[in-house]
Design a protein around this ligand. Structure first.
Ligand code: N2P
Length: 386
């Protein structure tokens, strides 16, 4: 297998075992797979497959085992933002056979005609998926026609337990978004490093939800309230990035992140492995937080469609799905995998939120074009400090 980051081919190294060096994602990356099964590879092989997935999102053995089993040669590229996947998909001829956008982005990409409908007879393991979750997903992928859930998760607060304690004394401040959105709080953490995901499509809805507004509001005046709030805390945000925080938290150089559940848990694991004394917590704040699904889909112009089906079906095998969840700490929708997942993962309420917490989670709507433009404007201004 080839893993490509920023257009470079590097040795296979997908997750924690790599010490996080190779999986920095292709933010701004320009990797483009060859994409032509007929042109490449050994005639005896099972052909090729070009996969574009989130960084830090798969167990080390998953792709090599698939290659051994099928003879398919996989090129595996990584990204860390929906915006990047979308720009490649909309430009056309991405060269990918499988991509993994988040459900609300997938929803508008479906509307833009980017994907091919799934031939479900080629994915027998679809039967393993939780019908309740599929119903929820069908709100943005009607009839589950185009996509299959890979992992789901939440967006919340990752924090360095000791540094937050040092800044706030013994008051537990991590259970509320107040720690992030009140300038007098966030300012206390600036010196130990504050990272926000570099994505307006999550941070703006989180800010709106905190303000008691509809997180998916399309009213420009309401959305501007989120912009105003973010402006007040901007001086204390030290980095916008959607993947480096795994390592920087693990090393202790970031003490608060607005980030994705599994990534924070991966950081916690890396710190434990390194025995460096860094203790990391993840909180789903009491005001509520996003719940999202990342979806496997096949672009219309994919060249290796049969192999894409094989890979999707393989990812839905209970043991494969469980191995991935065991490594990346993101839940999956595979009911047959649940018993194969480590109890410390299924029993961790920050990874599998209990019903009372789930009740407060919100999902992202499909972002209409004018809202998208407003989000982008707000984000550029925020990042450049204007
Ligand atoms: C994996 C991040 C995936 C979560 N590193 C974003 N949907």
């Amino acid at each position: 297998m080839k893993l490509r980051v920023l257009g470079l081919s590097i040795a296979v190294c997908l997750l924690a075992a790599c010490g996080g060096k190779s999986d920095a994602p292709a933010a701004g990356g320009d990797a483009k797979p060859a994409g032509d099964a007929a042109a490449g590879g050994d005639a005896k092989s099972g052909g090729e497959l070009n996969v574009y997935n989130w960084s830090d999102y798969i167990a080390e053995n998953t792709v090599p085992d698939f290659e051994k089993k099928t003879g398919v040669k996989v090129t595996y590229d990584v990204f860390d933002s929906n915006e990047m996947v979308e720009s490649k998909l909309l430009a056309g001829a991405s060269g990918y056979d499988i991509v993994v956008p988040t459900l609300n982005f997938l929803g508008r990409q479906i509307q833009a005609g980017v994907f091919q409908p799934l031939d479900k007879s080629k994915i027998p393991n679809l039967a393993n998926l939780d019908p309740e979750m599929m119903k929820r997903i069908a709100l943005q992928d009607p009839d589950n026609k185009y996509a299959v859930p890979y992992h789901w998760g939440t967006t919340g607060i990752g924090y360095n337990v000791d540094k937050v304690k040092a800044a706030f004394g013994n008051t537990d401040v991590t259970g509320s978004w107040d720690i992030v959105f009140k300038p007098e709080n966030l300012s206390k953490l600036k010196s130990c490093g504050v990272t926000f995901l570099d994505t307006p499509s999550e941070i703006i809805p989180i800010a709106l939800n905190y303000l008691g507004e509809d997180p998916n509001s399309t009213d420009p005046a309401v959305i501007d309230k989120a912009a105003a709030l973010l402006k007040t805390i901007r001086p204390y945000i030290t980095q916008f990035h959607s993947s480096q925080y795994i390592d920087s938290m693990a090393k202790g150089s970031t003490c608060l992140v607005v980030g994705w559940s599994g990534d924070v848990i991966i950081a916690r694991g890396r710190a434990e492995e390194a025995k460096n004394g860094v203790k990391i917590g993840y909180s789903i704040p009491k005001e509520g937080a996003p719940l999202w699904f990342d979806m496997l889909a096949i672009p219309k112009d994919a060249k290796n469609v049969e192999n894409a089906y094989k890979f999707i079906d393989y990812l839905l095998e209970p043991q494969v799905a469980a191995d991935n969840t065991n490594v990346v700490s993101y839940p999956n929708a595979n009911l047959k995998a649940t018993d194969l997942i480590k109890k410390e993962i299924t029993g961790d309420p920050t990874i599998y939120p209990p019903a009372d917490v789930r009740a407060k989670l919100f999902t992202f709507a499909i972002i209409p074009p004018d809202v998208d433009r407003q989000y982008t404007r707000i984000w550029t201004q925020l990042k450049t400090g204007r």
